[in-house]
Design a protein around this ligand. Structure first.
Ligand SMILES: Cc1cc2nc3c(=O)[nH]c(=O)nc-3n(C[C@H](O)[C@H](O)[C@H](O)COP(=O)(O)O)c2cc1C
Length: 326
């Protein structure tokens, strides 16, 4: 077993080092390629007062969804009719029917998750619609500002008028951290989100309505960041290289379909059952949400355990926002 762990660790270090060196060399050779994105309004809002809002999120462990629902409730309180939903099931062609759209995602691998990026590239024109982006991130965070900028940029490029953006921190839902023995690193943030976090979510919702009324869009810019050199595909590839087993325990699987619904890229086939590890984008949505622990994953020979299990082991109940009138 030790020899296997050493071999896996060796492969990881070698590949990680090669990829990091390559990314660094590329960025040094072509500094212009790491240029900042500036997001600003290119037109005007299509009307003076928003009536219909839409808040869509991608959320694997509930944080991003929770913030999105709070934004929706705040807007409803101000008289809007608001639709909330899951990005995967959302009908992109209906986006043009709203006055205000908020899109939320967690930060994955220092970036917007790949499935969300793909989703954003296929949205129709949303000319004159107010747009908002927000991301949830884990622990001290890494890449959160630029991830939120990237979402806002994608919406603005389709004609949306940028009205707000923010990033909200909470406990990280990245299972290799605690499964490798670094539970403390994750648990340091066990009290997040707290009511102060939710106050910031409410402030975002209310600021957006204020800007809508004044017709003033925001201008935001991405920040130079070291982790940005390794964002997305590169770090996901490195993380994938550390995964030993990724399979389903057919004795534990109850065929509930939770993992299939959670998987953003259709990598799980319950009929066989089989996980297409090439297609998998290593979001851990299957493992984090499986009710019976049937998704077996290992890293450096250690079993990776889920977010739900972490909460259970440490008796953590995630704080909900106080009722809006409370
Ligand atoms: C696969 C994966 C990668 C992650 N990468 C980052 C990261 O690069 N930076 C960061 O701040 N948090 C990272 N996190 C933590 C998540 O952004 C954080 O837990 C988020 O709030 C989860 O949102 P959700 O509950 O809506 O899925 C990662 C989590 C996962 C599962």
């Amino acid at each position: 077993m030790d020899a296997k762990i050493n071999r896996e660790a060796h492969i990881f270090c070698r590949r990680g080092f090669l990829m990091s060196s390559l990314a660094l060399a590329l960025s040094l050779a072509a500094p212009g390629s790491v240029s900042a994105s500036v997001v600003k309004a290119k037109g005007a809002l299509k009307n003076k007062k928003p009536q219909k809002g839409c808040v869509l999120s991608y959320s694997q462990t509930g944080y991003t969804e929770r913030y999105g629902k709070l934004i929706a409730r705040c807007w409803e309180k101000q008289g809007l009719t608001v639709m909330t939903g899951n990005l995967k099931q959302a009908d992109r062609s209906a986006l043009a029917n709203y006055d205000l759209i908020a899109i939320g995602a967690p930060v994955h691998y220092f970036d917007v998750p790949k499935n969300v990026q793909d989703w954003l590239t296929e949205i129709p024109s949303i000319n004159g619609i107010g747009v908002v982006s927000y991301v949830s991130f884990g622990g001290n965070g890494n890449g959160q500002h630029n991830a939120a900028v990237n979402i806002l940029e994608a919406l603005t490029n389709r004609g949306g008028i940028p009205l707000g953006m923010d990033t909200f921190g909470n406990m990280s839902a990245y299972p290799p951290t605690w499964s490798m023995g670094n539970e403390a690193q994750t648990l340091k943030f066990r009290d997040k989100p707290d009511q102060a976090t939710y106050a910031r979510v409410r402030a975002l919702a209310s600021d957006v309505l204020g800007r809508y009324a004044s017709g003033q869009g925001i201008t935001v810019q991405s920040e130079p960041s070291f982790s940005g050199l390794f964002k997305g595909g590169i770090s996901r590839w490195v993380a994938k290289a550390t995964i030993g087993r990724h399979e389903m325990d057919t004795k534990l699987c109850i065929r509930c379909g939770t993992c299939v619904n959670r998987c953003p890229v259709g990598a799980i086939d319950l009929a066989i059952p089989r996980i297409d590890t090439k297609r998998c984008i290593l979001c851990f949505g299957c493992l984090n949400n499986c009710p019976t622990g049937a998704h077996v994953m290992t890293t450096f020979g250690k079993k990776i355990y889920s977010f739900a299990e972490l909460l259970k082991r440490h008796k953590i109940a995630i704080q909900e926002p106080r009722p809006i009138d409370g």
